[in-house]
Design a binder for this molecule. Structure first.
Ligand code: 2HA
Ligand code: ZN
Length: 277
C-alpha cells in the first residue's frame, strides 16, 4: 500500500484548507469540505475491508434523510470542530476518509479522525448537495463551505435577493458572468447543522453551483477542488470590490449589454433573467 499522507487528494485537501485559512475565510472551526474520491485511486492507499469505526449521521432524522444514492461512495471530509488552520500540519486528526454505508444509513470511517473525531456537522447538508449536483452534473465531486469575509459583509448591506445579488456581483468584475453564469442562489438566515438547511441548500444546488447562506457564508460545488475554490474566490473578489466601492458615488459600471457581449464571446449559457434588458 502507498502512503496515504502522500496521496494527491490528501495533499489537495491540505493545500486548499491552508489557502482558505490564510485568506481569512475560515476562522476557528469555520468551513468544511467534502470531496468524492475515485475508488480505484483510494484502493492504492487503503484496504477497504478495514473499517475503523461506524459513525451515525448527526443532526438529521433518519426518516427524513436518505443518502442511499451515495451508498458505497468514498469521501475525504474535514472533521467537526477542527480548524482549517491545523489541517496541513496534522491531516490524520483533522481529516477523515469515509464510505457511505449500507442503504446510506451510516458512515464507515476508513482513515483519519484519529483522535476520535467525525465528519463536519454539515455532513448531511454536504451529502444532500452532492446528490442534488450529481443529478444535474454527473461529474460533480466537491462541495465546499466557507465564511469569506467580504461575501459575508455584503450580506449585511445588500438585499438577499438572487437576481439582485447576482447582478451586483456580475457588475463588479468583468469575468464574473463567465465564471458563474448560472448566478448565485440565496437562502435567508437559517439554523445550520440541520436537515432543513441541508434540504434547502440541495434544492438550490439543482439550479446553482453557488449558494449563499444569509449572514453565514457560502456553499460551492464543482468537478474539481480548483473549480470549486475558484468559484468562491471569484464571488469573494467581486464582493470585495463591492464593499470597497458601495459607500462611494458610482461613476462607471459594466453595463448589461457588455455582459451579453462577454457571454456571447465565451459562448456560455447564462441566467438572462438576471439581467435588466
Ligand atoms: O463547520 O462552518 O457551518 C463549521 C461551520 C458550520
Ligand atoms: Zn459555516
Amino acid at each position: 500500500m502507498k502512503n496515504i499522507l502522500e496521496a494527491p487528494f490528501v495533499r489537495e485537501m491540505c493545500e486548499t484548507t491552508a489557502n482558505m485559512y490564510r485568506l481569512g475565510w475560515d476562522e476557528r472551526n469555520g468551513g468544511n469540505i467534502s470531496y468524492m474520491l475515485d475508488e480505484k485511486e483510494v484502493g492504492e492507499y487503503l484496504d477497504f475491508s478495514k473499517v475503523v469505526r461506524t459513525i451515525p449521521f448527526m443532526g438529521v432524522n433518519q426518516e427524513d434523510f436518505d443518502a442511499s444514492p451515495l451508498e458505497g461512495k468514498i469521501f475525504i471530509v474535514t472533521g467537526t470542530g477542527k480548524y482549517f488552520k491545523n489541517v496541513q500540519k496534522d491531516p490524520a486528526n483533522n481529516l477523515g476518509i469515509v464510505r457511505i454505508g449500507k442503504g446510506g444509513r451510516n458512515i464507515e470511517l476508513l482513515w483519519g479522525y484519529e483522535d476520535g473525531g467525525r465528519p463536519t456537522s454539515e455532513f448531511p447538508a454536504h451529502m444532500m448537495s452532492h446528490m442534488a449536483r450529481l443529478k444535474v452534473d454527473p461529474e460533480n465531486r466537491v462541495v465546499m463551505h466557507s465564511h469569506p469575509t467580504n461575501t459575508l459583509a455584503m450580506n449585511y448591506v445588500h438585499e438577499l435577493d438572487e437576481k439582485k445579488l447576482t447582478h451586483t456581483l456580475w457588475e463588479m468584475c468583468t469575468e464574473c458572468i463567465v465564471v458563474f453564469p448560472d448566478g448565485v442562489g440565496v437562502l435567508p438566515w437559517m439554523l445550520c447543522g440541520t436537515n432543513s438547511i441541508g434540504e434547502a441548500t440541495a434544492k438550490k444546488m439543482e439550479e446553482f453551483r453557488l449558494v449563499i447562506w444569509g449572514m453565514h457564508g457560502i456553499y460551492g460545488a464543482g468537478k474539481t477542488m480548483d473549480e470549486t475554490f475558484g468559484l468562491i474566490e471569484t464571488v469573494e473578489k467581486a464582493a470585495q470590490i463591492y464593499m470597497l466601492t458601495a459607500h462611494l458615488p458610482r461613476v462607471n459600471t459594466i453595463k448589461d449589454e457588455d455582459m451579453v457581449k462577454l457571454a456571447e464571446l465565451f459562448g456560455i449559457k447564462y441566467r438572462k433573467d438576471f439581467l435588466n434588458l
